[in-house]
Design a binder for this molecule. Structure first.
Ligand SMILES: Nc1nc2c(ncn2[C@@H]2O[C@H](COP(=O)(O)OP(=O)(O)OP(=O)(O)O)[C@@H](O)[C@H]2O)c(=O)[nH]1
Ligand SMILES: [Mg+2]
Length: 447
C-alpha cells in the first residue's frame, strides 16, 4: 500500500455561497490534526470509522470559527485509502477559507487531483478509472455522464483486460514452442493464431473508432448549417432550437455573422451554427460572412446543407462532403409529388415546423450512432488512450504479417508483448510519475 507521510487538505466543494462546504483532510495525521481543532462530545482519535460528529471548530487561540459536522474515515475505508476527514461547515467563502487556513497550519494544501491520485496509488482504482473521475465531474450531458460513469465502474478496464488476456494466451503458446524448438513441435496452429490476432485487431479498431463518439459525448457535436441565401437556414436553425435565435427576413443576405447555439438531442449536446448564405458578392460585409461560412465547414462534425425545394435555381450542391445531410426546406410550397424525386434528402418546413423530429433522428444516426460496432456505451474519450490503442494495433499488425511470412515465434511473441504493454498503459497499475502528474494536474483541487 502507498504510504505518504504528509497529510493534505483542500476545499472539496466549489467555492461560493451555499448550504454547506466540505473541507477534506487526508493522510497519516488527518484525524490527529482535526482532534486539535475540534471541540465536541467525543475525541476524534477515539471515533470509529464512518462515523459523524457534531461540534465546534476552533482556531489555534481557541476562538470558535464555526459549528461543524465531521465525518471520520479510517484507512483503508476511505476515498483515498488513508485516514480521511471531511469537515462540513456553513457554506460561506470566508468561513470555509478560515477553517482551511487553520488546518493548513498543521499540514499542506493538496495539489490538483491529489486525493484521487492517492486513491489510485493505493490500488482502489486504475488509471483509466481515475481519468473517468475528471470526466464525470466535467460531464455536461447525459451521454458524457453515462460514458464516464461506465468507465469509472471499470468497463474500459475490463474490455482492455479481456484483450490483454487473449494476447497473453497467444504469447504463452508461442513461447512454449520455443522451449521445444529442437524437437520441432508446433503447439499452436498458425491459422488459429492468425485468426485470434486478427479478431483482436478488429476489437482494438472498434475502440479507436469510438474516440470520435467519445469526443462528441464530452465536447458536444458541432453542426453547421450552410446553403444559398434565402433558402431558410436561419428559419431551420430556429426551428431546431425551438426559439427565435436568428433573424429571419425575406431579404437574401440577412445573416452575416455566424450565430451559435446549443441544444440537447438524445442526451448529447449539439452546437448548431447558422451562417451567411454562400454566393458571389461585392458587398464587403457579406463577403466576410461568406468567408466565415466556409471556415465553419472545415471545423464542423456535421454539415446540414439546406435547399429551398420550391426554387429550382437553388438546388446546386455547394459542398461535397460525406459528413453532410441534405435538407429540403419549404415543403409547404410544393406538392408532395414534386419533392419525392429528390433522393437522400430530409424534408422539412421551417414555417410549419414539420419534419424536425425525423431530422433530429438523422442527425443522431450520422454522428452518435454512426459506429455500428459500438455495442455498449464504451467510447474512449482520451487522446492518450487512442494513441496507446493505435500503437498496440500497429504491433499486432506486424505480428500478423510475421505469422503470414513464417517469421520465428520469438519475434512474433515479442511484438505481441509490446502490444500487451501498450494496452497495459491505458489502465496502468504502475505508471510513470510524469504521466501521473500530467493526468492529475487536469483535476480540480479537492478531488
Ligand atoms: N413558405 C416557407 N417559407 C420559408 C420557410 N423557411 C423560411 N421561409 C422564408 O424564407 C425567407 C428566408 O428565410 P431565412 O431563414 O432568413 O433564410 P436564410 O437562408 O437564413 O437567408 P440568409 O440569411 O439571407 O442567407 C423568409 O422570408 C422566411 O420566412 C418555409 O419552410 N416555408
Ligand atoms: Mg439567415
Amino acid at each position: 500500500m502507498f504510504k505518504s507521510e504528509d497529510t493534505i487538505s483542500a476545499i472539496a466543494t466549489s467555492l461560493g455561497e451555499g448550504g454547506i462546504s466540505i473541507i477534506r483532510v487526508s493522510g497519516k495525521n488527518a484525524i490527529k490534526i482535526n482532534e486539535f481543532f475540534f471541540r465536541g462530545n467525543i475525541k476524534l482519535n477515539e471515533a470509529k470509522t464512518q462515523t459523524v460528529h457534531f461540534g465546534n471548530f476552533v482556531d489555534t487561540n481557541e476562538n470558535i470559527l464555526d459549528e461543524v459536522v465531521v465525518t471520520i474515515f479510517r484507512e483503508p475505508n476511505s476515498y483515498t485509502g488513508e485516514n480521511l476527514i471531511e469537515i462540513s461547515c456553513h457554506g460561506g467563502i470566508f468561513v470555509t477559507k478560515k477553517i482551511l487556513e487553520t488546518i493548513l497550519t498543521k499540514c499542506r494544501i493538496a495539489e490538483n487531483g491529489e486525493f484521487t491520485k492517492r486513491r489510485f496509488l493505493n490500488g482502489k482504482i486504475d488509471i483509466s478509472q481515475a481519468e473517468a473521475v475528471a470526466d464525470l465531474i466535467s460531464a455536461k450531458s447525459e451521454s458524457a455522464y453515462r460514458s464516464s460513469l461506465s468507465q469509472l465502474k471499470g468497463s474500459l478496464s475490463q474490455k482492455i483486460s479481456e484483450i490483454q488476456n487473449k494476447l497473453i494466451n497467444i504469447c504463452s503458446l508461442l513461447e512454449l514452442e520455443l522451449d521445444f524448438i529442437e524437437e520441432g513441435y508446433e503447439f499452436a496452429d498458425r491459422n488459429f493464431l492468425k485468426q485470434e490476432v486478427e479478431s483482436t485487431i478488429l476489437k482494438i479498431e472498434s475502440l479507436i473508432n469510438s474516440y470520435n463518439i467519445g469526443k462528441y459525448f464530452r465536447n458536444g457535436v458541432r453542426v453547421v448549417l450552410i446553403g444559398k441565401p434565402n433558402v431558410g437556414k436561419s428559419s431551420v436553425f430556429n426551428a431546431i432550437l425551438e426559439e427565435n435565435r436568428s433573424i429571419v427576413t425575406e431579404i437574401a443576405g440577412t445573416t452575416r455573422d455566424t450565430i451559435e447555439a446549443e441544444t440537447n438531442i438524445g442526451g448529447t449536446v449539439f452546437r448548431f451554427i447558422d451562417t451567411a448564405g454562400i454566393r458571389e458578392t461585392e458587398n464587403i460585409v457579406e463577403s466576410e460572412g461568406v468567408k466565415r461560412s466556409l471556415e465553419e465547414i472545415e471545423k464542423a462534425d456535421l454539415i446540414l446543407e439546406i435547399f429551398d425545394i420550391s426554387n429550382k435555381n437553388k438546388l446546386k450542391i455547394i459542398n461535397q462532403n460525406n459528413k453532410k445531410l441534405l435538407i429540403g426546406n419549404k415543403v409547404d410550397l410544393v406538392c408532395e409529388k414534386e419533392y419525392e424525386k429528390f433522393e437522400n434528402m430530409c424534408f422539412v418546413s421551417a414555417k410549419n415546423k414539420t419534419g424536425f423530429s425525423d431530422l433530429k433522428k438523422k442527425i443522431l444516426e450520422k454522428t452518435i450512432y454512426s459506429n455500428k460496432n459500438l455495442t455498449e456505451i464504451i467510447a474512449i474519450t482520451s487522446l492518450r488512450h487512442k494513441d496507446l490503442l493505435e500503437k498496440a494495433k500497429e504491433r499486432l499488425k506486424i505480428s500478423f504479417d510475421g505469422m503470414k511470412n513464417n517469421i520465428s515465434s520469438e519475434l512474433i511473441s515479442c511484438d505481441i508483448r509490446l502490444a500487451i504493454n501498450f494496452l497495459g498503459e491505458i489502465v496502468g497499475k504502475f505508471s510513470s510519475e510524469d504521466l501521473l502528474n500530467n493526468i492529475f494536474s487536469k483535476f480540480c483541487i479537492g478531488k
